[in-house]
Ligand binder design. Structure first.
Ligand code: ADP
Ligand code: ADP
Length: 229
């Protein structure tokens, strides 16, 4: 499961200004698809529509053939994990930041769950190890560590569909490469939509979609796009 389709999707935040102008996407279950394109093209907007922060104004988005407007919010948000561009951590522990929103789950329980889950590798890869640092306060972390915690917060629900909205683009290139490597392992087996600024960070994607001014300008593999441009 996790087959995502956009069918002639239109959207505008304001009625007199359309941002997405008829977007068609077909993302097979388990594939990693990257969305690149200039700033303002509508990439983050695509992600927000999938998570239903907003509803499409025309067309539809389906998951496994079902219109996402026909799915309850809790079911939709159980199957999709989104790492937004600008995650803000609470001034609380790493454990709390990861457990946040998951009622009845203490940082200790999360630590135990994390150990068993597929995300263990990711959390363990916090410098000096997650388990010794679970009680550390989020605001003291470096940018890269904060972003690992933000990603872990999303991964802890083990979503079959993962959206990464420029999840590493604010980091220095070495930290970005470190986190990127862990992410690529985690993307395996789940439908992943990676929004990226630079083509070089999405070489591993099965397909790259170039969005320009609210339309799909072209798509193909990394090699195909390099040949054309
Ligand atoms: P990208 O992710 O490709 O940089 P966005 O999806 O963030 O593009 O933005 C697409 C367009 O929508 C931009 O012109 C942006 O200014 C506008 N926009 C984004 N968010 C909002 C919002 N909450 N309200 C109104 N306009 C918005
Ligand atoms: P959870 O996955 O714990 O249920 P939410 O669904 O509330 O969390 O939000 C997921 C992420 O999306 C959070 O990191 C939140 O900051 C971010 N977010 C919430 N509302 C918006 C919005 N309108 N636009 C973009 N990002 C948002």
């Amino acid at each position: 499961s996790g087959h995502v389709r956009f069918e002639a999707v239109h959207f505008g935040y304001d009625p007199d200004r359309e941002i997405l102008k008829g977007v068609d996407l077909d993302i097979p279950a388990g594939a990693t698809v990257a969305v690149v394109g200039p700033s303002g093209a509508g990439k983050s907007t695509l992600a927000r529509l999938m998570y239903r922060f907003y509803d499409v104004t025309g067309g539809r988005i389906t998951i496994d053939g079902q219109d996402i407007r026909d799915v309850t919010q809790s079911s939709l948000r159980g199957s999709i994990g989104i790492v937004p561009q600008d995650t803000v951590l609470f001034n609380d522990t790493i454990g709390y930041n990861i457990a946040y929103g998951r009622e009845g789950t203490t940082p200790d329980e999360i630590a135990v769950a994390a150990r068993g889950a597929a995300i263990a590798g990711f959390i363990q890869s916090l410098p000096n190890g997650f388990e010794t640092r679970v009680g550390e306060r989020g605001l003291k972390l470096s940018g890269g560590e904060k972003q690992r915690v933000a990603i872990a917060r999303t991964l802890v629900k083990n979503p079959p569909i993962l959206i990464l909205d420029e999840a590493t683009s604010a980091l220095d290139s070495r930290t970005e490469a470190d986190i990127q490597a862990t992410l690529e392992a985690i993307e395996h087996g789940r439908t992943t939509i990676v929004i990226a600024h630079r083509l070089s960070t999405v070489v591993h994607a099965d397909r790259i979609i170039v969005l320009e001014a609210g339309r799909v300008a072209e798509q193909g593999t990394h090699a195909q796009l390099l040949r054309k441009n």
